[in-house]
Write a protein that binds this ligand. Structure first.
Ligand SMILES: Cc1cc2nc3c(=O)[nH]c(=O)nc-3n(C[C@H](O)[C@H](O)[C@H](O)COP(=O)(O)OP(=O)(O)OC[C@H]3O[C@@H](n4cnc5c(N)ncnc54)[C@H](O)[C@@H]3O)c2cc1C
Length: 434
């Protein structure tokens, strides 16, 4: 029987939308070009280690969009980490606790008393700000700092990093404020699923497979149209007809599938100009633990972020061993020179934080990420500018993924856009004749 929905792409967004629609009783067929599911969050097993694709944590824990997808499926996400754990900043050759409470802020040696006062003013301003006014503005314009001191520089870098922007000039103020406010009211600020992204991918895959079909190694090369509607997704082997189609990959991939004259010009312009975030990550297998730090480790100048996932979730490394993952953002577009520089920085910073680190490494994996988050959260790509799930000119083609409108950044957008897309698709299917 013809499926109700064909989904193009089996990353977080396509899997979430597919699972939600399957859960509501619709027939789903998901087409994924790769040999496995998960997209940019795919998982690899290696010698008893469970490796996420770089560092994958989920902002806002139970209050985030991943948790909402799972709640709607009646299958709450299981987080490995405690409600609160301490993250660290490497500053002046020592690891200092990242102040994430008012008490921590008042006592931190990272800021002098004047800088603390400035930061409290910034927090108050963020709590009161009008988001719509600040989405299209730069974070630096919002902060309007009176003059850069080392402490204020740290604050603006940390705030930018909430949306993976190394430079506050590249961050939308509204996006940072939105995430900051949600984090203030969230008891668990970061969630690490038991088993990493594998828990998410496997749960969603099972939901779809229980009543629908997943085709791997199936690359969609075009969409077939008749009377302004999509009739089928085309691959080199077959056509896949359905009542509705969901494109759930970065939106610049859509323009290759649909004749340009059928797409609204603002959508084409947005897709063609899309700027993602990029980075380099290094994973290390360590034969014995070198630290019990559970939270993130941040070096701010230059920016390097580290995590020891097996300290939170013992499933992530064989007994007695440790997994470490480090990331350095790279400005887009990625070049050989930038990768080389990023790798050098990573190695120098890691060795500074943990002297002798490289003498204890059993194996390592290096991954270049030309696209980390599908879009950087800069003005022009902010919430107010991103396209929504419906395409004005094509009634039965919808969009999801981390380049579509949704709250948060990266994976959050993928999940929240999938919730919006599945809502609108459900309404469309219920209102149109079978
Ligand atoms: C190193 C790294 C670290 C990250 N860390 C975090 C983090 O800590 N927290 C967070 O929230 N986010 C993080 N992200 C971002 C997060 O991984 C992405 O936002 C999310 O995975 C995007 O999901 P998606 O479904 O929108 O897109 P994708 O994962 O890109 O999925 C799209 C899928 O569509 C498939 N596809 C594309 N075109 C076609 C076609 N024509 N036919 C068939 N299939 C097609 C692709 O193969 C892919 O599987 C990170 C990303 C990276 C790379």
């Amino acid at each position: 029987m013809m499926p109700d929905v064909v989904i193009i792409g089996g990353g977080y967004a396509g899997l979430s939308a597919g699972a939600l629609l399957a859960h509501q009783g619709f027939r789903v067929q998901l087409l994924e070009q790769d040999k496995s599911l998960g997209g940019r969050a795919r998982v690899e097993e290696r010698d008893g280690y469970l490796l996420d694709y770089g560092i994958h944590s989920h902002r806002l824990g139970e209050n985030g969009p991943l948790a909402r997808v799972f709640r709607e499926l009646g299958d709450p996400v299981r987080f490995a980490n405690p409600r609160h754990f301490t993250s660290y900043i490497f500053d002046s050759n020592r690891l200092l606790e990242l102040p994430d409470t008012m008490a921590g802020l008042l006592s931190t040696p990272l800021l002098n008393p004047l800088e603390k006062l400035q930061f409290i003013k910034i927090i108050l301003k963020m709590m009161l700000a009008d988001l719509d006014r600040w989405y299209p503005e730069k974070l630096s314009a919002f902060l309007r700092l009176p003059g850069m001191t080392p402490g204020l520089e740290k604050i603006s870098t940390l705030l930018g990093l909430t949306v993976m922007a190394e430079n506050p000039e590249e961050a939308s103020a509204g996006e940072v404020i939105d995430i900051f406010r949600r984090a203030v009211f969230s008891r668990r600020k970061v969630g690490d699923p038991v088993g990493g992204a594998g828990q998410i991918i496997n749960t969603l895959e099972k939901k779809i497979s229980s009543s629908g079909i997943i085709n791997l190694n199936t690359r969609v090369t075009g969409l077939e149209f008749a009377s302004g509607r999509v009739m089928a997704a085309r691959t080199d082997q077959a056509n896949y007809p359905a009542r509705v189609f969901l494109f759930s990959a970065p939106i610049n991939g859509l323009t290759g599938l649909v004749p340009e004259n059928l797409l609204p010009p603002p959508l084409i312009e947005f897709a063609n100009k899309l700027t993602p975030t990029s980075g380099l990550s290094l994973d290390f297998g360590l034969p014995a633990p070198i630290t019990d730090i559970k939270g993130g480790i941040f070096n701010l100048d230059p920016v390097v972020i580290g995590r020891f996932p097996s300290n939170i979730d013992p499933l992530r490394a064989p007994p007695g061993k440790q997994l470490a993952t480090w990331l350095r953002p790279i400005s887009f577009p990625v070049t050989k020179e930038k990768i080389k520089e990023a790798e050098e920085i990573l190695r120098v910073v890691i060795e500074k934080i943990f002297p002798g680190f490289f003498n204890r490494v059993e194996w390592e994996r290096k991954l270049v990420h030309p696209v980390m988050d599908g879009l950087s959260m800069k003005p022009g790509q902010d919430f107010s500018r991103r396209p929504g799930p419906a395409i004005p000119l094509i009634p039965n083609l919808f969009l999801a993924g981390d380049t579509i409108r949704g709250h948060g950044s990266g994976g959050d957008i993928a999940f929240s856009s999938a919730i919006s897309a599945s809502d609108i698709i459900r309404k469309y299917l219920l209102n149109s004749n079978r």
